[in-house]
Design a protein around this ligand. Structure first.
Ligand code: BTN
Length: 136
């Protein structure tokens, strides 16, 4: 009976811990409501990830081209950065997203974009939010 109870508790414990474990699935592909897409995979250190981000958001520059992405995650917290410069194009800007994982396939973020105003040469910032859904 004791053996049966121990096995039962082990099974219940394992299924509870896997149900509550919410960590960023890597590799994975995500799309936000603006039509932008990010593909991410594990980075070189624990909790880090790398990827490419293709911006398709209306009203922004640097569209339709993949840019490198670096990020880190810990439990449900997720943060990542894209510098909008690659071999093809530079937008002279950078975006940082900070957010949290909801379940396994929704990522709710807030972002800040820093760019250089072409007329004044001064740095300006824009803020917004993005909700990403995991692409199956
Ligand atoms: C730029 O226009 O300077 C570079 C592209 C910025 C795209 C922004 S980043 C935040 C928001 N979410 C997206 O998917 N695209 C826009």
């Amino acid at each position: 009976m004791l053996r049966f109870m121990s096995a039962f508790l082990l099974v219940v414990g394992l299924s509870l811990s896997s149900a509550s474990a919410q960590t960023l699935p890597l590799p994975s592909v995500w799309k936000n409501a603006r039509g932008s897409e990010m593909r991410i995979w594990p980075g070189p250190t624990a909790g880090s990830f790398r990827g490419v981000y293709t911006n398709n958001a209306a009203g922004f520059d640097c569209q339709g081209i993949p840019f490198d992405l670096v990020g880190e995650t810990s439990a449900t917290a997720v943060r990542f950065v894209v510098v909008w410069k690659n071999a093809m194009k530079s937008c002279n800007s950078i975006t940082a997203w900070v957010g949290s994982l909801i379940g396994n396939d929704i990522l709710r973020t807030g972002w800040e974009l820093a760019y250089v105003d072409r007329n004044t040469g001064l740095m300006k910032t824009l803020r917004g939010s993005d909700v990403f859904r995991r692409v199956p």
